[in-house]
Design a protein around this ligand. Structure first.
Ligand SMILES: *Cc1c(COP(=O)(O)O)cnc(C)c1O
Length: 459
């Protein structure tokens, strides 16, 4: 028997094949040649020998070589602020703003009236004050950076009082004690893990104290025998001693979501009203904008942050500022914010809407997968509302011989990739995080996954 691997075509021969030569129209010659070489090498190593269709395999390998690594995906997990999938999708207005600003020149650091240099820190400044009630505002690259900036500005070389119950890890190797030390301030723990009283802060205050820091326990809940002073009490204590109270609220919630069953998350305007010297929050969590860190607070402290050389290292770029300004502007009309900001729209979808959407999504799925709708739960994600239960309707798919993990893998490797949940032996799709305009694409992705399965087709 002859070894099929012996009769492999040469790279030159393959490059003359019309279907492969056509790839040269869309990709650099070097990349196509390399993809052909990869294909021939793989065929040589493979027991089965040459591929059924050379051009198909070359095309796939070319995509592997030249494809982007940062790509859009369809999020069918129902986790609204999915940190691994990029947290908040942007509002139309934010996308328009960043495209317009990115496509040309802008007023990033230019004062049109005076015709001279302006300040990038002026963007979003008035909106942050207006929407939070604070005297002044500043946007930097992310909230972790905002916290470092506020700590460094107010307490470098001095003590920062923080409750032992708030020495937390946010995720992605962001731990409050480590961040605090890196800012140049010194950690001074007060209280206990479950109970911290105002008197604990009071007795730790000294000439060495640079600031009091409170951090919202974003990603977990404490229940049982617990105590934390009320925000107004901390504000009063801080004001009485002239020490600034820095309040890290994390998620940047500006409006009340309690009517949708989402209560308990601190709102930025409430923290400002309670008397925080500066409130620090993310742009891409519940605020629903781009990755950014927002500071809203007292004039002198925010001015100090702005003038701190660290602000240069942590500055936000023009695309961020454009998208953040457009997102913030939507909050001037809270009803508009709820419909236009995707995170808020997804969180406030009613169970009835979700049931109807699940029905339409199921109808777009191939019948071989026996799509069935069933009640389920979505999650807010992004370390916000950790205990919240968001009722939804899921579409459950029976992957047959392919198995749920096999189908989920093929969906992830598709184009566009679809990220789904697996549970109870089914692939589960949650319409909460899918735009209805994507149902057709989901159906096509599922059919493609089944075609790839070939002989393994579901019975
Ligand atoms: C998420 C979070 C941060 C970090 O925000 P980034 O914008 O991701 O840097 C800081 N503090 C709290 C309480 C958070 O929840």
């Amino acid at each position: 028997m002859t070894d099929p691997r012996r009769a492999l075509p040469s790279v030159d021969h393959l490059l003359r094949e019309p279907a492969i030569a056509a790839l040269l129209d869309g990709a650099p010659r070097d990349a196509v040649v390399a993809a052909v070489r990869d294909t021939v090498d793989a065929a040589r190593r493979r027991r089965a020998g040459p591929p059924e269709d050379w051009a198909d395999e070359v095309r796939e390998r070319l995509t592997l070589r030249t494809g982007r690594s940062l790509r859009p995906v369809l999020n069918a997990t129902g986790v609204v602020l999915h940190t691994n999938l990029g947290r908040a999708p942007l509002a139309r207005a934010a996308l328009d703003a960043l495209a317009a600003v990115g496509a040309g020149y802008s007023t990033l650091e230019f004062d049109l009236h005076a015709g001279v240099r302006g300040s990038r820190a002026d963007h979003c400044r008035a909106l942050l004050s207006e929407l939070t009630g604070a005297e002044d505002g500043l946007a930097v690259n992310n909230a972790a950076g905002g916290l470092v900036l506020a700590l460094n500005t107010s307490a470098v070389g001095r003590e920062v009082l923080i409750s032992r119950g708030e020495l937390i890890e946010i995720g992605g190797s962001f731990r409050i004690p480590e961040i605090l030390e890196k800012s140049g301030a010194r950690l001074r723990e007060v209280g206990t893990t479950n109970r911290t009283h105002l008197s604990d802060y009071r007795s730790a205050l000294s000439g060495e104290t640079g600031a009091i820091l409170t951090v919202h326990r974003s990603n977990f809940e404490q229940r049982g025998f617990v105590a934390t002073p009320a925000p107004a009490e901390i504000a009063e204590l801080a004001a009485g001693t002239g020490v600034p109270w820095l309040c890290d609220v994390g998620s940047g919630l500006l409006i009340d979501l309690a009517p949708w069953g989402l209560g308990g998350e601190p709102r930025v305007p409430d923290a400002v009203a309670a008397g925080a010297a500066v409130v620090i929050f993310s742009g891409d969590k519940l605020l629903g904008g781009p990755q950014a860190g927002c500071l809203a607070g007292r004039r002198e402290l925010v001015a100090g942050c702005r003038a701190n050389p660290l602000a240069r290292a942590l500055r936000a770029d023009k695309l961020t500022l454009a998208a953040l300004e457009a997102t913030l502007a939507l909050y001037r009309d809270p009803a508009l914010a709820l419909t236009e900001i995707p995170v808020l729209a997804m969180l406030t979808r009613t169970p009835a809407e979700l049931a109807a959407q699940a029905g339409r999504l199921a109808a777009a799925c191939p019948a071989e997968l026996h799509p069935a709708v069933r009640p389920g739960e979505s999650a807010v994600g992004g370390g916000s509302f950790p205990g919240a239960v968001l009722p939804t309707t899921l579409v459950a798919l029976d992957a047959g011989g392919l198995g749920p993990d096999g189908l989920a893998l093929r969906l992830r490797l598709g184009n566009p990739p679809v990220v789904a949940r697996v549970g109870d032996g089914r692939v589960l799709l949650d319409p909460r995080t899918l735009p209805p305009s994507a149902y057709g694409e989901i159906g096509a992705a599922l059919r493609h996954a089944l075609d790839l399965a070939g002989g393994q087709r579901v019975p």
